[in-house]
Ligand binder design. Sequence first.
Ligand code: IPE
Ligand code: IPE
Ligand code: MG
Length: 263
Amino acid sequence: MIKKIFDFFRHKKKSDQVLEAQELLKVIDKQKLPRHIAIIMDGNGRWAQRRGMPRASGHRAGTEALRDVIKLCCELNIQVLTVYAFSTENWKRPKDEVNILMALLVEYLNKEKNELHQNGVRINPIGRLEELPQPALDALIKAVELTRENKNLILNVALNYGGRTEIIDVIRAIAADVEKGSLKANQIDASMVSEHLYTAGQPDPDLLIRPSADSRISNFLLWQLAYTEFWFTSTLWPDFRRAHLLQALVDFQRRERRFGGLK
Ligand code: IPE
Ligand code: IPE
Ligand code: MG
């Protein structure tokens, strides 16, 4: 009996959610979608703590949210999705948690890479990848190799990523050309900087999503976010589903972007 009641509410909740997503999908203008969406996948720890579970289970649950979001991005023909998975500052966490995150990355790639490949997703890790543990690096290389020709969606996975580190890497590369004498300092401009970023050749994000009620950038895409629209929600990342992304898109389409000019 208890199981029946439980099932009833579980199914009710599920169908409500699907219906909501379908309704949202109807009001979205397919011609005005962002080309590039960036997401700070935050709140896994709090999600687990609220359930009295270890933080690791929150990280694991977060992969379900990622699955749902990638699927929707493919359906909507979004060009680029960038997800923040591990920052240059996340090494400050206890060693156990760092190890779990790295192991989960390997598990995720091994489990999901074939389906991502079938859906035409190109897996493109960004960050100081050479500092990642070898098993993580190996799994990434395999996933990149498998999906390198895919054209539907570029999935930038930010790993050991820091916006400041990225800018330092850009400065170093450009400074090397100045040092060689092949470039003059006064020839450096914004497009040259963009061409040296980890996201070279991609449009800047149109929309940044941060779940979990924290309203900060946390060293994410500092250069690229100059004119990005921000969307915050208190929903924790493991609870984030396609309906949340659709709501973000509806809100995005109501905004007026001026880029410093006048309407
Ligand atoms: C995001 O969730 C995952 C990583 C930073 C790797 P958190 O682990 O930061 O979750 P909270 O912010 O503690 O809830
Ligand atoms: C940002 O979240 C990094 C990732 C989601 C990977 P954090 O949880 O590390 O950010 P802070 O510490 O709350 O700013
Ligand atoms: Mg956090």
